[in-house]
Design a protein around this ligand. Structure first.
Ligand code: ADP
Ligand code: MG
Length: 490
């Protein structure tokens, strides 16, 4: 599929590659036993190693390495049996070592890919170049004093995975889809929580443009984009900026840029001329990282079913439409909620599986939205939702009343059965009772009955409405329809 951009001067093709920094889920740091807990007071999680006191030595945290291996396997990459750690040297106030330990020459993972769905529904592989493990730096805080900069080393030494893609993406939407899917996979794997607003995941995005069938253009790199929405905005701004330069006869400079989320624009941070020479060299304090095949195999066993496989299974086993299955499988928390609820219904009925999907994606999501909550902070448990669905399925309540029940479940934290009992909301399923009510309505509206009989079919809905009103919404809708038809035909 071509994704060319057409301007008055002709066609342009866009090239995008991402370098994603993903914080490894781990209780302690990459080379020290300090805690990684988020949101604690500054400099609480700092060991001698993280503060780079003289004479301390890094000790590799093998759990972080297991996490990187798991990530590599989940992204279809090759795990390198031998990798190594290198020093990336630069000065920064929040980098007390004067270098960052990273993997430059021999990363732990090479290759891999994620399949992303394109606008026309076809799948495209976005290839991964490499994944390497490295330390995070500390943080400089500039806004607490007019004259001083404070340093918080809580992040210093936290394990990051840098996931570098090939320049395989062609539109901002594709890059956004890729990042969303990558985040979902990392969450399924439980190797990174993907919380971009807490900085646990951030992306550097490389963008260039060129004429179709010519070599790639010069790229600009936009640093530290911290939301998926910003990613798309930054890319689209960058595309326009570069095309304008080229159409005016200029040249795109290879440079690092910053995205300003308040303006939606990018601006120069440093040009390639000032690019730093990091003088990478193997860290003499750390031996090469050698992995046994048995370790890799054992980790492979722990990889859960990921979103694509889960969506396919939901479609196959429960006959869910692809649209529903994709949405439910898109995040592990939604998928877990769905599957817990479904098993709690103890029903093999495919219509129950679909009802449950409708209620989660529709009513429950609306309720979560309204309460600024997400599925993990839902005040309605999967079991309680399952109970509600079965009340509808077994005709105890109508779908319409169930919506009110759901709201009360949220507010009052009671089971749907208790709410329905307390409110007397059980459906009327007695034909006699419904017939009696409808006969009253028809008698009160003799004029409308006559109109109906002379061909004004639309009035059927009016009678249904009256019937519902008179029964406070409790009449079984199907039964009401059937009885009404019978009476009007008399
Ligand atoms: P560096 O180490 O200088 O950042 P790399 O070659 O490792 O450079 O590339 C970094 C990122 O830039 C990768 O994600 C890659 O896919 C992307 N990239 C490389 N060339 C281009 C290009 N011409 N246009 C857009 N992105 C590119
Ligand atoms: Mg780079």
């Amino acid at each position: 599929m071509d994704n060319f951009i057409e301007t008055s001067s002709g066609l342009w093709e866009v090239v995008i590659g991402l370098e994603v920094h993903a914080q490894v889920i781990s209780e302690s740091k990459l080379f020290s036993s300090a805690s990684t807990k988020f949101g604690v007071p500054p400099n609480e999680n700092v060991s001698f190693v993280d503060a780079a006191l003289p004479g301390v030595l890094p000790v590799l945290n093998s759990f972080c390495i297991d996490q990187a291996i798991k990530t590599g396997l989940g992204l279809n990459g090759n795990i390198n049996k031998v990798s190594s750690f290198d020093r990336k040297n630069y000065f920064y106030a929040d980098l007390p070592q004067g270098y960052q330990i990273s993997q430059f020459f021999h990363p732990i993972v090479t290759g891999g890919y994620i399949e992303v769905e394109q606008a026309d529904g076809t799948l495209k592989k976005v290839n991964i170049e490499r994944i390497h493990v490295e330390q995070d730096a500390g943080k400089s805080i500039h806004d607490q004093s007019p004259t001083k900069t404070y340093i918080d080393l809580n992040r210093s030494g936290i394990a990051l995975m840098e996931i570098v893609t090939k320049p395989d993406m062609r539109t901002a939407e594709e890059a956004a889809t890729f990042l969303r899917k990558l985040r979902s996979i990392l969450r399924y794997l439980k190797t990174c929580d993907g919380n971009m607003d807490e900085g646990s995941m951030r992306a550097d995005v490389n963008v260039s443009v060129h004429r179709p069938n010519t070599p790639f253009g010069t790229r600009a790199e936009i640093k530290n984009v911290n939301s998926i929405k910003f990613l798309a905005t930054a890319i689209n701004f960058e595309i326009e900026r570069q095309i304008e330069i080229l159409e005016n006869g200029g040249e795109v400079e290879q440079e690092t840029r910053l995205f300003d989320s308040s303006t939606g624009k990018t601006r120069t941070m440093r040009s390639k001329e000032d690019a730093q020479d990091y003088r990478y060299f193997p860290d003499p304090d750390l031996p090469p990282l050698v992995l046994e095949q048995s370790r890799i195999d054992a980790i492979r066993e722990t990889i859960p079913e990921l979103s694509d496989a889960k969506s396919n299974r939901l479609q196959k086993d429960y006959e869910l439409p692809k649209y529903d299955a994709d949405l439910i499988a898109s995040e592990i928390e939604i998928a877990d909620f769905y599957e817990k609820a479904l098993s709690s219904t103890k029903s093999n009925d495919k219509t129950v599986a679909k009802m449950l999907s409708n209620w989660i994606l529709g009513e429950l999501f609306a309720l979560l939205n309204k309460n600024s909550a997400d599925i993990t902070s839902s005040r309605i448990s999967p079991e309680a939702l399952a109970e509600l669905i079965m009340l509808i399925k077994t005709n105890v309540i109508s779908g319409k009343i169930a919506k009110d029940v759901l709201e009360l479940m949220w507010e009052e934290q009671k089971s749907p059965t208790v709410i329905v009992d307390e409110k007397g909301w059980k459906q009327i399923t007695s034909t006699d009772e419904i017939e009696k009510t409808l006969r009253e309505i028809l008698a009160e509206n003799a004029d409308k009955v006559a109109e109906y009989k002379s061909g004004k079919d639309k009035l059927f809905g009016f009678f249904v409405g009256q019937g519902m009103k008179k029964t406070q919404g409790k009449a079984n809708p199907q039964l009401l329809n059937d009885v009404l038809k019978k009476l009007l035909a008399e």
